[in-house]
Design a binder for this molecule. Structure first.
Ligand code: ASP
Length: 329
C-alpha cells in the first residue's frame, strides 16, 4: 500500500480550495466580463464588417459582450503589436487577415513574431477582392482601364489601407501585372478609402467584396473584376481578372483570431466554440453570403489550422515581397 506524504490537514484544505478557485476562474466562470476583439483597421471597412457581424452571436454564445476596438495604423501592425503585449488574461483578442503573414517581410523592425508571440483561436472566413474605380473614371472595362493606365498611369492613384493591408498587396500585384507605376494613397482602412473613392478624391481601389458588393450593385463605382480563380456567387456575371488576361492575379483574403501568448487554453477553446456557433448563425451566413464571403472548411476552424496556414503564408509571401523590394523601417 502506498502512502501519501503526510501533510498537515490545514494545508491539504488550502490546496484543495486554491484548486477550486483556479478551476472556477478558468473552468466555468470565464468570461466574467466583456471581451475585447481588436480590429486593426478603421470602423466601417471590410475587417470591421466581418468582426462586427460575428461579435453579436459570439457574445450570445459566451454570455458576455464582445466589444470591437479599432486600433488603426501601419497596415495592421499597430494593433498586432498592442495585442502581442496585452495582458494574456483571456479578455483581449485580435482579428487580422493576410497582413499577419506579410508584415514580417514588409517591416524591418516588426515588434512581434506572428509565429511565437500569439496564441491561435481559429481561421474565420475567406473573402474575395474586387478592383473598383471612382464612378467617373473614363475607363469602363478592364481593357479600357489598361489603355487608360498606359496613357495616364503617372497621374492615376490607388488608395489602400497601409503597407501590409490586403488592398496594398492587391495593388502591388495589379501594378506588377499591368507594368504601370501608380501613385498610392494610404488610409487607416479601406472604409475611409472607399469614402474617398465615392467622393472622387482617389481613382482606384482593390478591396474585399464585404465592402464593395453593395457599391457595385448600386452602380456607385466602376467595377473591373474579381481577384479569385473562379467567379463568385455574390456577383455571378462578373468576370475574374485572371480570365480577362491578368494571369497569376489571384488574391483571396483569409482571417484569423489571435490572443496574446500565455492566454489560458480554456479561453481559447471557448472562443473557438463561440466562433463556430456564430459562423452557423443565420444572420451571419445570410449576410456573409450576400457580401461574397465564403465559409472555410472545418479543418481550418482550429488553432492548429490557423497556425499552420499562417506559417505557409509567411513562407509564400516572404520571397515575393523581398524580391519586389517593398519594405518599411
Ligand atoms: N480592406 C482593408 C485592407 O486593405 C482593411 C480594412 O479596412 O478592413 O487590408
Amino acid at each position: 500500500m502506498t502512502m501519501s506524504p503526510k501533510l498537515p490537514r490545514r494545508s491539504v484544505c488550502a490546496a484543495a480550495l486554491a484548486l477550486v478557485v483556479v478551476g472556477s476562474a478558468w473552468g466555468q466562470a470565464w468570461p466574467t466580463r466583456p471581451i475585447t476583439l481588436v480590429v486593426p483597421f478603421a470602423a466601417g471597412g471590410p475587417t470591421d464588417i466581418v468582426a462586427r457581424a460575428l461579435s453579436v452571436p459570439m457574445g450570445k454564445a459566451l454570455g458576455q459582450t464582445v466589444i470591437i476596438e479599432n486600433k488603426v495604423g501601419a497596415g495592421g501592425t499597430v494593433a498586432a503589436t498592442l495585442v502581442s503585449r496585452a495582458n494574456p488574461d483571456g479578455y483581449t483578442f485580435l482579428i487580422h487577415h493576410n497582413g499577419m503573414a506579410t508584415a514580417p517581410a514588409l517591416y524591418r523592425k516588426l515588434a512581434y513574431n506572428p509565429l511565437t508571440d500569439f496564441e491561435y483561436v481559429s481561421q474565420v472566413i475567406d473573402v474575395p477582392m474586387t478592383l473598383v474605380a471612382r464612378k467617373d473614371l473614363p475607363a469602363k472595362t478592364l481593357p479600357e482601364l489598361l489603355s487608360y493606365l498606359k496613357a495616364h498611369g503617372d497621374k492615376v492613384n490607388l488608395a489602400h489601407a497601409g503597407l501590409g493591408a490586403v488592398s496594398h498587396l492587391c495593388g502591388m500585384v495589379f501594378r506588377q501585372a499591368v507594368g504601370v507605376d501608380l501613385t498610392t494613397v494610404p488610409y487607416s482602412g479601406t472604409g475611409p478609402a472607399m469614402a474617398a473613392l465615392l467622393g472622387g478624391q482617389v481613382d482606384l481601389l482593390c478591396d474585399q467584396t464585404t465592402q464593395t458588393v453593395p457599391q457595385i450593385k448600386a452602380g456607385a463605382v466602376r467595377f473591373y473584376g474579381v481577384t479569385t480563380a473562379q467567379r463568385i456567387k455574390a456577383l455571378p456575371d462578373a468576370p475574374t481578372l485572371a480570365e480577362q488576361g491578368l494571369k497569376g492575379f489571384e488574391v483571396m483574403v483569409w482571417h484569423g483570431i489571435y490572443a496574446p501568448k500565455g492566454t489560458p487554453r480554456e479561453a481559447l477553446d471557448k472562443m473557438n466554440s463561440a466562433l463556430r456557433t456564430a459562423l452557423k448563425d443565420p444572420t451571419v451566413t445570410t449576410r456573409m453570403a450576400e457580401l461574397g464571403a465564403e465559409q472555410v472548411p472545418e479543418s481550418k476552424l482550429t488553432a492548429d489550422g490557423l497556425r499552420s496556414w499562417l506559417k505557409q503564408e509567411i513562407e509564400r509571401w516572404g520571397p515575393v515581397i523581398r524580391s519586389a523590394g517593398v519594405y518599411a523601417d
